[in-house]
Write a new protein. Structure first.
Length: 278
């Protein structure tokens, strides 16, 4: 492993992840609330947005708990890019694997590694994002008290509640994310018989990757959010979703998620590519 290149991936991935999170977080809050609350409370995304703004204000409502996922996004993307690039370098020695296969396997490996970073971060994030709705005590209104509460109730491993669904989501999602990005990027450049992408092409490829990722793994993400906010295992979380909203419950919040995913992931990939080419 080239240590200098790995450190660059970590630094650039961190910056890119934090930039993307600032853009997407308000709509992510709405997504989590739609996933975890009964349909009669928020029939539509717009009703949830109006309720959140009217009752909690902009920053308290839409950016509740942002510090944890902001750090998490930096860590997530640092791990994603460094493990993806290292895995790709390793797989290049296997000539029987096509470039597409290398990208798929590298993306899945990167997602698997990232899931262990993401689970604690998303547990705290989801708990805080629904805390205002539940009238939670002070222990669920800030990051560190929430972490201490989780550990005191369930031990240190309690921070990894929902790991199984996060692992599944990130393995599949990592493969889809990187494969979509690389495929769209290469296709757009090839239309001009070039190998260097223009800015709009990088943004388009990043947006496409974000939409493809979220569309492909959204049911698993809904199960994960429900499991983490309601202290349930995967099976019971799945049953809870079906009982509460039926099969459509697995896709509550998908529309608003795709809307936020496009610009956020465009920024993530464009920021990473720009920094890498300095």
């Amino acid at each position: 492993m080239d240590l200098q290149e790995a450190l660059k991936d970590i630094l650039y991935g961190s910056i890119a992840g934090a930039a993307g999170k600032v853009i997407e977080y308000p709509l992510d809050t709405i997504k989590v609330r739609l996933q975890t609350q009964p349909a009669h409370l928020f029939p539509t995304s717009w009703s949830c947005i109006k309720y959140t703004y009217a009752n909690e204000g902009f920053f308290k409502g839409f950016y509740q708990g942002v510090s944890s996922p902001l750090v998490g996004a930096a860590l997530e993307n640092a791990v994603l890019f460094v493990t993806f690039n290292r895995a790709q370098n390793f797989l290049k020695q296997y000539e029987s694997l096509s470039p597409l296969s290398q990208t798929i396997w590298s993306g899945a490996f990167a997602g698997a590694c990232t899931s262990y970073v993401l689970t604690p971060v998303e547990l705290v994030k989801c708990t805080l994002q629904v805390s205002n709705l539940k009238g939670s005590e002070a222990s669920h209104s800030k990051v560190w008290p929430t972490v201490k509460h989780i550990v005191s109730q369930n031990g240190i491993l309690g921070l990894w509640r929902g790991q199984s669904s996060t692992f599944i989501r990130e393995c599949a999602g990592g493969a889809v994310w990187f494969t979509t990005y690389e495929s769209v990027k290469q296709y757009l450049a090839s239309r001009r018989n070039d190998t260097v992408n223009q800015t709009w092409e990088l943004l388009t490829a990043g947006a496409s990757a974000g939409v493809a990722f979220n569309a492909s793994v959204f049911p698993a993400d809904t199960v994960k959010s429900t499991a983490q906010t309601e202290h349930l295992g995967i099976v019971n979380a799945t049953k809870r979703i079906l009982a509460r909203n039926g099969p459509a419950g697995f896709y509550r919040g998908l529309g608003i998620t795709l809307i936020r995913a496009a610009p956020a992931n465009a920024v993530v990939f464009y920021t990473y590519e720009t920094l890498s080419n300095l």
